[in-house]
Design a protein around this ligand. Sequence first.
Ligand SMILES: Cc1cc2nc3c(=O)[nH]c(=O)nc-3n(C[C@H](O)[C@H](O)[C@H](O)COP(=O)(O)O)c2cc1C
Length: 358
Amino acid sequence: MELNALFSGVALKGFKVKNRIVFPAMVCFGYTGDDGIVGPGNIEHYRKRAESGAGIVITEATAVKEDGRAANSQLGVWSDDHIAGLSELTSIVRSHGSVSLLQLHHAGLVTPPAVSPVQFCPSADPDKPSSRELTKDAIHEIITAFIKGAIRARESGFDGIELHGAHGYLLNQFANPLWNHRTDEYGGSFQNRLRFATEVIHGIRKECGNEFILGYRMGANTPSLEDGIKTAIYLESIGLDYIHVSHGGNLQNLPRPPKGFEYNWIVYSGVKVREQLKIPVIVVNEIKTAERANALIEGGLADFVSIGRPQLADPYWVKHIQNGENINACFSCKPRCRWYETSDLCPARKKLKQQQPD
Ligand SMILES: Cc1cc2nc3c(=O)[nH]c(=O)nc-3n(C[C@H](O)[C@H](O)[C@H](O)COP(=O)(O)O)c2cc1C
C-alpha cells in the first residue's frame, strides 16, 4: 500500500512537520494526581506515540484553572509548579522529531461537582442550579489564566498551543448561542460570542510571539456548519496558525455529507472549512485506517489527519503502518472509549499487555 501523501513532509508556520499524522489531544485521567503535575504514566504515554512517529503530538486537554478541570486527575498548567513535568514531557516528544503542542482547556458549565461545587459558565443553566454566570471580572481572570497557561507552555518548551474550542467546553460555550445568552459584550452577536476567544488569542500572541504556533480546535456545528465556517474564516483573520475541526458537543444542526463521501460529518465539516481557508486544517474522527487517512491528503481534502483511538490502542500505530506491519486494532468500544475512565479498561491495551507485558 502506498502511503506517500500521508508520509510527505510539510511546513507548519516555521516548523517542518515530518508527516501528516497528528496524535490529537486525548485525556488520560489517572496518570496524574489532584495536583495536575505530569506523572511517569504521562511521560511513557507520550514517549511511545512520539517514538512511533506522529508528525504532531498534541498533549491532552490541560486545565488552565483548577476549578475548571474536567476531572480531578486532569493535567494542569495553572501554576508554575507544572512547568518541570511538562518540560520533561515535551523534551521527549521533540527528541523524536514531532512538533509538540499543548491543548489548553477549561470545562466551564460541564465542570463536574467533584471538581467544583459551582460551574462557572457564560450563562447559568436553569437545569443546573449550581451553574453561575461569569462576571466580567471572572471572565478576565479566565482569559488571563489561558494566557498564563500559554506562557507556561512556551517556557516548558512546547512549539505552540491548541485552544480547546470544541466539544461543548468553555470556549465553545461562549461561541454557541445555545449556551451563551449574555446581553453584554461577551454575548449576542457573532463578534461578541467570539470576544472571549479573541481576547485569549490576542493575549497569547502578544505574550508568546509570532514564532509560537497558535491553533484552535473548533466545534464545526456551532451552532451550524455555516457558522462554523464563518468562525474559522474569522479565526484565520485574527492570526491563528491552524484550525482543527471537530464537533460542537451537541447533536443539533449536524451537516449531512453528500452521497459517496466516505467519511463522517465531522470529517466532512473539516473538508468544507478547509475549502475557505489558507491556513492548514486538521480533520478528525473515525478516519481509522492509514488508507483512508492517506486518501484525504492525496485528494487535497485536508492538510493533516488526526488519528486518535487507533493510536491509543496501538502506541506504535504510525511505525507499524509505515513499515507495513500489523497494528493492534482499536475495538471501537461503545457507548464510549474506555480510556475516558482508565487506560487499563481498554480491551486493545489488555490484549497488547498480554502479548508484551511491561
Ligand atoms: C479517551 C479520549 C480522550 C479524549 N480527550 C480529548 C481531549 O483531551 N481534547 C480533545 O480536544 N479531544 C479529546 N478527545 C477526542 C479526540 O481527540 C478525537 O477527536 C476523537 O477520539 C475522534 O477521533 P478518532 O476517531 O480518531 O478517535 C478524546 C477522545 C477520547 C476517546
